[in-house]
Design a protein around this ligand. Structure first.
Ligand SMILES: C[S@@+](CC[C@H](N)C(=O)[O-])C[C@H]1O[C@@H](n2cnc3c(N)ncnc32)[C@H](O)[C@@H]1O
Length: 307
C-alpha cells in the first residue's frame, strides 16, 4: 500500500487536489462499478455489449487463429465472453486488473466455462512501467482487448504512450478498444451522476479506502459527488466537493480542506471517430475497422499495426 499512500499524499498536497481514479477499485469498488454498468443512465456498457454481439464474427475473423488475448483493466470480464467462442482455437486469456482479489475471484467461474483456453488472471497496475506478470513470445498472435472506454481515463498524451506500450512491451498485433463518443451533455452527465447515487458511492470509495487502508479520518458526509462536462477538454470530470471546512489526518500527514474545495478524482475523455483515429495514428496504429451503434453513442475499433 506504499504507492497508495504516496499517491494520496502527493495528490492532496497539491493546490488543485487530485487523486487517481485507479484507487476507486478495491474489491468493494469493483462491485460498485458492476452496479454502475447496470444503471439505466449508464449507456456505455449496454451499448458496447450490443456492438460486440452484433459484430462478433467479424471481430473474431480480424483477431485470427490461436489468439493470446490480454485484457488490461478487465473488471467483471463479461465482454470477452461475447466473442471468445467465435474465435479460431484461442490459446490464452490473461485478464489484468489493479483490483487483484476481484479479478482472481471472478475468473474462477470463467475457467470452467472455457476449459480449452488457458485463463490466468493477474493483478497488475497498467499505469506504471512494471514488469509484465507473464511471459510473452513475440511470435504469438497477441491481441489486446481494452473495452469499457478505460482509454478515456488517460489524457491524450498518456493514451498515446499507453497504446505505444501495448505494441512495444505487450507485443500486441491488434487492439480491440471501446471508446466513448462525444454527445449531448445531459446524456453524458447523467451517466456519471445517476439518480440512485451509485456513482456517488463509487466516487466516495476512494475516501473510504483512505480511511480503512491508510488510517485516515475523513468524514465522508462532508463530501459531495460532482460530475461536470469540461467542454474544452472534452471530458467528464468527477470531483469530490467539500461542503464544509475540515481537517483530515492520514498516516501522520495533515491537510486542511476548505469549504467548497474540490478533489479531482476521475477524467473520462470523449472522442469522435476522427479524433480517436488521430490519436491511434500518433501511437503507430491504424484503424482496421470501426463499429458504432445506431444512436452514435459508443465506438469499438480494431487497431492494426501501421508498419
Ligand atoms: C471503466 S472500468 C472497465 C471494466 C471492464 N473492462 C468493462 O469494460 O466493463 C476500468 C477497469 O480498469 C481497472 N483499472 C483501473 N485503473 C487500472 C490500472 N492502473 N491498472 C490496472 N487496472 C486498472 C479497474 O479496476 C476496472 O476494472
Amino acid at each position: 500500500m506504499k504507492s497508495f499512500l504516496q499517491d494520496v499524499n502527493l495528490g492532496l498536497g497539491k493546490k488543485n487536489k487530485k487523486l487517481s481514479s485507479k484507487w476507486f477499485y478495491d474489491f468493494h469498488g469493483s462491485k460498485i462499478f458492476e452496479q454502475i454498468t447496470r444503471l439505466k443512465e449508464y449507456y456505455p456498457t449496454r451499448t458496447e455489449i450490443k456492438i460486440l454481439k452484433d459484430n462478433k464474427i467479424e471481430i473474431a475473423k480480424r483477431i485470427g487463429k490461436s489468439a493470446v488475448l490480454i485484457e488490461p483493466g478487465a473488471g467483471d470480464i463479461k465482454k470477452i465472453g461475447i466473442f471468445l467462442s467465435s474465435l479460431d482455437e484461442p490459446k490464452k486469456y490473461i485478464p489484468l486488473d489493479i483490483s487483484e482479489d476481484y479479478i482472481t475471484k471472478i475468473s474462477k467461474g470463467f475457467r470452467k466455462k472455457y476449459p480449452k483456453v488457458a485463463i490466468t488472471p493477474k493483478g497488475y497496475d497498467f499505469s506504471k512501467n512494471n514488469k509484465l506478470p507473464f511471459k510473452i513470445n513475440s511470435s504469438e498472435n497477441v491481441t489486446i482487448f481494452f473495452p469499457g472506454s478505460t482509454i478515456g481515463n488517460f489524457d491524450s498524451k498518456d493514451a498515446v504512450k499507453f497504446l505505444k506500450k501495448l505494441k512495444s512491451k505487450f507485443k500486441a498485433k491488434k487492439i480491440i478498444v471501446g471508446v466513448d463518443l462525444i454527445k449531448d451533455i445531459p446524456t453524458l452527465i447523467s451517466a456519471y451522476n445517476d439518480k440512485k447515487g451509485i456513482t456517488a458511492k463509487f466516487n466516495k470509495n476512494i475516501l473510504k479506502r483512505i480511511n480503512t487502508e491508510l488510517g485516515g479520518d475523513i468524514n465522508l458526509n462532508y463530501y459531495k459527488h460532482l460530475a461536470i462536462y469540461n467542454k474544452s477538454k472534452k471530458r467528464i470530470e468527477m470531483r469530490l466537493k467539500s461542503i464544509k471546512k475540515n481537517n483530515i489526518k492520514i498516516n501522520g500527514s495533515k491537510y486542511l480542506i476548505k469549504k467548497n474545495e474540490e478533489i479531482h478524482t476521475e477524467n473520462s475523455h470523449k472522442y469522435t471517430v476522427k479524433s480517436f483515429k488521430k490519436l491511434a495514428n500518433q501511437a503507430g496504429w491504424k484503424i482496421g475497422k470501426t463499429w458504432v451503434d445506431d444512436k452514435k453513442l459508443f465506438s469499438v475499433h480494431c487497431l492494426d499495426l501501421s508498419s
